[in-house]
Write a protein that binds this ligand. Structure first.
Ligand SMILES: [Fe+2]
Ligand SMILES: [Fe+2]
Length: 205
């Protein structure tokens, strides 16, 4: 089989879907390379800062690692702004979606919320409420997200900080994205359609 025959999904056979699954798995193996290439492209995004978006990402990850963060959190720090190009107004959710099948829900939650928590540092200059994040006070990961922003994200715009290069983090990117997606040993009991993150996003919890 070179391609399936169906023109509407409802007409597909089991054999065709098994065939497509093999293609999907083969394509997914290139995920780490696509992540690394997208990070490299951040070199030319968002101007005006003293560092490029790539340098900011690398510095956030470097600081996280220096503070003893585990590798899932270091990876999250590395990719937390990867959505700046395509999701300038909800880049947090973009990055959270990428990492979610591979890391524990806490890490996904922090990345998902980091934009809101970062507002604390500047949104008042635009008339916004810097304490909007307070509605999440009491959440079990609230303080971890505060810390992520305070210690690693908002601090990482310093061109003089000894930031590690992307090559340094490449083995970590390859290691985590080589995991089986939604493997319960890493993400707990969740599936694509039902997770703590989805429930949190729905506003139920
Ligand atoms: Fe961000
Ligand atoms: Fe950031």
């Amino acid at each position: 089989m070179k391609t399936v025959n169906f023109r509407q999904m409802r007409d597909g056979t089991k054999e065709e879907y098994l065939f497509l699954e093999q293609h999907e798995k083969a394509y997914a193996k290139g995920l780490a390379d696509r992540i690394l290439n997208t990070l490299r492209a951040l070199e030319t995004s968002l101007s005006g800062y003293l560092v490029t978006r790539l340098e900011h990402s690398l510095q956030t990850a470097t600081r996280a690692e220096a503070d003893g963060a585990d590798e899932e959190m270091v990876l999250a720090a590395l990719i937390h702004d990867i959505g700046d190009d395509l999701c300038p107004y909800n880049h947090s959710q973009y990055a959270a979606s990428i990492i979610r099948p591979y890391v524990r829900p806490e890490v996904t939650w922090i990345i998902n919320q980091h934009g809101l928590f970062q507002n604390y540092y500047y949104i008042h200059f635009f008339g916004g409420d810097p304490n909007e994040r307070d509605y999440l006070k009491g959440h079990k990961w609230y303080q971890a997200c505060v810390d992520f922003c305070e210690k690693w994200d908002q601090t990482s715009f310093d061109p003089d900080y000894p930031t590690k290069p992307l090559e340094y983090f490449e083995p970590l990117v390859r290691k985590i994205f080589a995991r089986s997606p939604f493997d319960p040993q890493f993400v707990g009991e969740q599936t694509m359609g039902k997770s703590e993150v989805d429930i949190a996003l729905s506003g139920i919890a």
